[in-house]
Write a protein that binds this ligand. Structure first.
Ligand SMILES: Nc1ncnc2c1ncn2[C@@H]1O[C@H](COP(=O)(O)OP(=O)(O)OP(=O)(O)O)[C@@H](O)[C@H]1O
Ligand SMILES: [Mg+2]
Length: 113
């Protein structure tokens, strides 16, 4: 199993969740985060001409634990739904998961996903 951790634009969350659900991936977790990438935030010019930098931008972190064999498909779904082509589209990390347990039944492993 792998945890796919995707940092995406907040305005793309509903499209990503819908695209995952359409392919049968329902269980997931989201959190509001702030972060920065290569551009280290963005520079703005205010109305009075003053410039300022917002160095942490709001993003959504979406976590979804999937079977090994579903990992590539889930990544492809997220990329397709989250991409605008502009800087700041986000990033995806893949982490190995050693176990999963469904609390209600005690089931373990992939069956618990
Ligand atoms: N190396 C990293 N580790 C953890 N989180 C990261 C990392 N890089 C980016 N992030 C998170 O992903 C968000 C989006 O990053 P972003 O898409 O701007 O990446 P980038 O590398 O700058 O690519 P781009 O040039 O397309 O903007 C950041 O705001 C931050 O929350
Ligand atoms: Mg960036």
């Amino acid at each position: 199993m792998n945890k796919v951790e995707a940092i995406i634009r907040p305005e793309r969350l509903s499209m990503v969740v819908a695209a995952l659900a359409e392919e049968g991936f329902h269980g997931l977790n989201t959190a509001q985060v702030t972060g920065r990438g290569e551009q280290r935030g963005i520079a703005h010019v205010g109305r009075a001409g003053q410039s300022y930098v917002v160095d942490m931008l709001p993003k959504i972190k979406l976590e979804i634990v999937v079977k090994d064999q579903d990992t590539t498909r889930v990544i492809d779904i997220i990329v397709a739904a989250a991409r605008t082509g502009q800087v700041g589209d986000g990033k995806i990390f893949v982490l190995p998961v050693s176990s999963a347990i469904r609390v209600r039944t005690g089931e373990t492993g992939e069956i618990a996903l």
